[in-house]
Design a protein. Structure first.
Length: 363
């Protein structure tokens, strides 16, 4: 069931990075603030820094996650709880966003987004009438967010520059800027990757970017787009139209001190954007076939080799994580453990992004 933001839930199951081993939990933290009521606790003298966690990501790269001190996380949760009714209209303006936060009281996370596996269908529905697509994202989005732009996004740039008080009742976005800055040694560049509060802050900012982007068009010139966090797909009927979208998107992002990731920007036919980044269904069929050949090791080896080959040739070890999860979901480890344990070991050695999944199976 979808819920409104809840400060306790942000702390209970929205603080730590999702890929930390499940033994790490923050569910015992909230009771330390039980006597504080609904008032903000962070003052100007309260300055902290993030605890960092370095983890693998798809494609053999690394990502640094940041965890703010729980006192700052509590105040961030309170901010979104207090101002959700005022923030919702801004989020609703971003009609092409498929990463609008969904708050949940049950489950592993307080904030959920649309799954990557749903994106092909969403892009098909949005772009079926178009020939071309601009594909791009924001360069180093979370680490490059300028925290002062959050009150710009919420209350307007003019208002935020006129009233800079962190306790302002009118420019209430200043409080969000203040908490984020103080949580990272008063630095104005970057917001932590991992906490659910950062996901909402990111969506607020990019919704304001879209509002600015839209203002650059006449009524008849609106663009059709899909955005998942900072990944953009913008449709066009010609290469030139997509170039125009890119020009306007770049200007809108720069209004909020952000920029296009030039290395990932391209204009392509819409045909490829209806496919996913890697073959979920192929992988699923292969794993399910393991259940049908439990007694035939040669066939099992062939299936595992094919999965490994696809992951290697595509350069995407996310396939391996998905394969391990499907083997686990189908409870296929036990009957062929003498073989699958070596596949699991090879995954951990050759595909570092799957190491935490392999470790959980062993555990």
């Amino acid at each position: 069931m979808e819920e409104a933001p809840n400060a306790k839930d942000f702390l209970d199951h929205g603080l730590l990075p999702e890929n930390l081993p499940p033994i790490f939990t923050s569910k015992k933290l909230w009771h330390h603030f039980s006597g504080s009521g609904a008032a903000y606790g962070i003052t100007g003298k309260a300055v902290g820094d993030h605890a960092t966690y370095n983890a693998s990501k798809r494609g053999g790269q690394r990502r640094v996650f940041g965890v703010p001190h729980p006192a700052f996380a509590r105040d961030l949760g309170l901010f979104f709880e207090k101002h959700w009714a005022e923030l919702t209209p801004l989020l609703d303006k971003s009609t092409g966003s498929v990463s609008k936060p969904i708050m949940m009281r049950a489950g592993n996370r307080h904030v959920r987004f649309t799954s990557h596996s749903d994106l092909p269908e969403l892009r098909l529905r949005a772009f079926s009438r178009f020939k071309f697509c601009l594909v791009t994202d924001v360069a180093r989005f979370f680490p490059s967010v300028y925290t002062h732009t959050l009150p710009w996004a919420i209350n307007s740039k003019v208002a935020a520059k006129t009233d800079t008080s962190s306790t302002s009742a009118i420019v209430f976005g200043n409080r969000l800027d203040f908490i984020l800055r103080n949580s990272q040694s008063r630095q104005t560049i970057g917001i932590p990757v991992g906490p659910d509060t950062s996901k909402i802050a990111a969506e607020v900012l990019l919704s304001a970017v879209y509002d600015n982007f839209l203002s650059r068009y006449s009524t008849n010139g609106r663009s059709t787009y899909v955005r998942h966090v900072d990944d953009y797909w913008v449709a066009g009927n010609s290469h030139e139209e997509c170039e125009r979208h890119l020009f306007h998107l770049r200007l809108a992002l720069r209004e909020f001190q952000l920029d296009i990731n030039e290395s990932k920007t391209k204009i392509i036919s819409t045909k490829p954007v209806f496919a996913d980044d890697w073959p979920f269904e192929f992988d699923k069929e292969r794993i399910e076939s393991l259940g049908r050949v439990r007694k035939h090791k040669n066939e099992t080896l062939s299936i595992l080799a094919k999965i490994t080959e696809v992951a290697t040739t595509s350069g995407d070890d996310g396939i391996i994580r998905h394969a391990i999860r499907l083997i686990d979901d189908n409870r296929l480890w036990d009957e062929q453990w003498d073989l699958l344990q070596h596949f699991l070991a090879q995954c951990a050695v050759q595909f570092p992004h799957s190491f935490d999944y392999a470790a959980r199976v062993i555990a």
